[in-house]
Each structure stands twice: as C-alpha cells, then as structure tokens.
Design a protein around this ligand. Structure first.
Ligand code: CUA
Length: 339
C-alpha cells in the first residue's frame, strides 16, 4: 500500500506538468470554449449542457460506488456469506427511467440546434454569400455577388450571417473556425453548406481539420471580422482600388515582368491569371505568406526560393530564381497592397 502511494507521489509532479501544458494549448482565438458569435455560442451551450449531465451521472455513480465499497467491505474475522439478492423491480425501473429523461433533456436542444445550424441562407439578401474551396494547402474565398476572389483571409462584416458553400479542389479538407463555430468538410465534387456570424470585430484563426497531406498542419487561414463600414470599404478596394506605390518602383516593375512570365499561369492579380494558386490581388495586405510565415520581405523571399521547405507537398514549383530576381519579385508582391 505504502509503495503504491509512493509511486503515485512520484508521478504527481509529471501529471501536474502535463495538466499545465495542456491548459496552455492554443491561443484564445482557436478555442471553441470562447465563442464569438451565435453559431459558436449555440455549440458551446450544448457542450456545457452535456458536460453538466455527464458530471451529474458521474458524481452519483461514484458516491454510490464508494458508499457500497465501504459499507459492505469484508470485515476481519467475519467469514459469513452475506444475503444473496437477485433482481429488484423498483431499482431497475429507476435506473432505466433516469437515463431516458436525461437523454430527452439532451436531445431537445441538440436536435433544435442542429436544424438551426442547417438553415439555408442561400437566397437571403442580407447574408453574405461566400464560396470556399479547400486546396492543398490553402483556402480560396470567392464572393460571387461582389465579384471578389481572394485567398487565405476571409473578410466578413460583423453581426451579419455569412453563408458558406464549401468545396474542395483536390482531396478532402475541413473548414474550421472554432471561435465562430462550425467545422465542415470540403469534398471534391460535392458542395456542403454552413453559416456563421461574428458579433465582435477581430481576427480569428481557422484551420484545416482533415488530414489532407504532408502540410495539413500548415493549412491555416484567418477570418477577419470588421464593421459593415470597413467591409464596404474593403469591397471597393478589392474591386476598384489601386495598389499603393511601390517603395522601389524600378525594381517592382522588374518583378512585375518576372511575374508575368513565370507566375501568372497559376496566380491571378486583379482577375488576370490562372486559378491554380491563390489570387494575389491584395497579397501585400495579408498577415502571412503561405498561411504560416509572417508577411515581410525576408519571409516572402524564403518562400520564393524554396516553397517545398516551407510547405512540403505543395504545388508551387521551385523556379530556381537568381537572387536579384527574387528581390524584384518580393518588391512587386509587397506592392500588391490595396488602398
Ligand atoms: Cu487541408 Cu488538412
């Protein structure tokens, strides 16, 4: 007995460490436990309800279990066999009815929320329609009504429903923004739907939640919830805006030439170019390059020189660019800032 206790005592610091480590998991914007909109809110309520029911059942069972263990333990010197009981109608009815009631309590909000979350807003004039396409390993966001095609950063106005139509270009991915609610697979050749809404302004982390290849863990995106006014401004910038003047115009022009030769078959800027890679119209405004590196000149260069080392398995080829070509492209890409 003492030895057992000593063993447990030795493991205790390790368990405390693990618990502390786990509580530090994820930043506040990647948590389903800090909902920032009605969808995530409803889901959080369901999590709370089911945890409360589970804890209630657990507590009752443990209390009865402990009571029976102590009350009916084998006592020293007592070798008699206790009374043998089989079957008890009253008890059996009680422990059949209680779980039944608990399941009903759980099922009513569960089913009603499921229907609320499955509502179709495709014809709702007030909802923002967005077509989401998962690619290995980036996200494409298309606003069919606004004629905007962008990538990696999903702009939405606050307090407005955003209705998403989700598809995939290659393999199955899963669109997941825990703080705003929802996780839905994007499948090739099939369209899924979901809606979300943010009640606060801010940037929310999104992740691909379906193992989709070597860079699955790097398939991040961001949802930028802004005021309606900001959003309208963004729409104008994206559709009619002009680029900010480049810091070094001559070099940027050189970069533009290289872009037109080597990149434009896959990447579009202002609607001109291929759709194999992300649209780069507002590349300079983005927070990250390739979804995971900070968007500054050093990291853009790192990405251009060897995309494979940053995001293994992605489709971007190594163009084997000379250093001066990389510099020119970096200058051009960073000038793609919408203002
Ligand atoms: Cu896409 Cu995992």
């Amino acid at each position: 007995m003492m030895r057992r206790l000593q063993q447990v005592g030795r493991m205790l610091p390790m368990l405390v460490m693990v618990a502390l480590l786990l509580t530090g998991c994820g930043d506040p914007y990647l948590s389903a436990l800090q909902p920032k909109g009605p969808v995530a809110g409803m889901q959080y309520d369901l999590i709370k309800l089911s945890v409360i029911i589970m804890l209630g059942v657990f507590t009752v069972v443990i209390v009865i279990f402990t009571y029976v263990l102590i009350r009916y333990r084998k006592r020293k010197g007592d070798n008699s066999i206790p009374e043998q009981i089989e079957g008890n109608h009253k008890l059996e009815i009680i422990w059949t009815v209680i779980p039944f009631i608990l399941l009903i309590v759980l099922a009513i909000p569960m089913v009603s929320t499921t229907f609320t979350l499955a509502k179709d807003y495709s014809n709702d004039k007030d909802a923002v329609q967005v077509k989401v396409t998962g690619h290995q390993f980036w996200w494409e966001f298309e606003y069919p009504d606004l004629k905007i095609n962008t990538a990696q950063e999903l702009y939405i106005p606050v307090n407005k429903k955003v209705y998403l139509s989700l598809e995939a270009a290659d393999v199955i991915h899963s669109f997941w923004v825990p703080a705003l609610g929802g996780k839905k697979d994007t499948n090739p050749g099939m369209t899924n739907h979901m809606w979300l809404e943010s009640t606060v302004e801010g940037t929310f982390q999104g992740r691909c939640a379906e193992l989709c290849g070597p860079s699955h863990a790097l398939m991040d995106f961001k949802v930028k919830a802004v005021s309606q006014e900001e959003f309208d401004k963004w729409v104008v910038k994206m559709t009619k805006g002009e680029n900010a003047p480049a810091e070094n115009k001559a070099v940027a022009t050189q970069g533009d030439e290289i872009f037109k030769q080597s990149c434009v078959s896959c990447h579009a800027v202002d609607g001109n170019g291929g759709k194999i890679g992300p649209d780069l119209t507002n590349f300079g405004n983005r927070q990250t390059v390739a979804g995971v590196l900070p968007n500054d000149k050093k990291h853009v260069a790192e990405w251009l020189k060897d995309p494979e080392s940053v995001k293994p398995g992605n489709l971007m080829p190594n163009l084997k660019l000379q250093d001066d070509q990389v510099d020119a492209l970096v200058e051009y890409l960073s000038s793609l800032k919408r203002q």
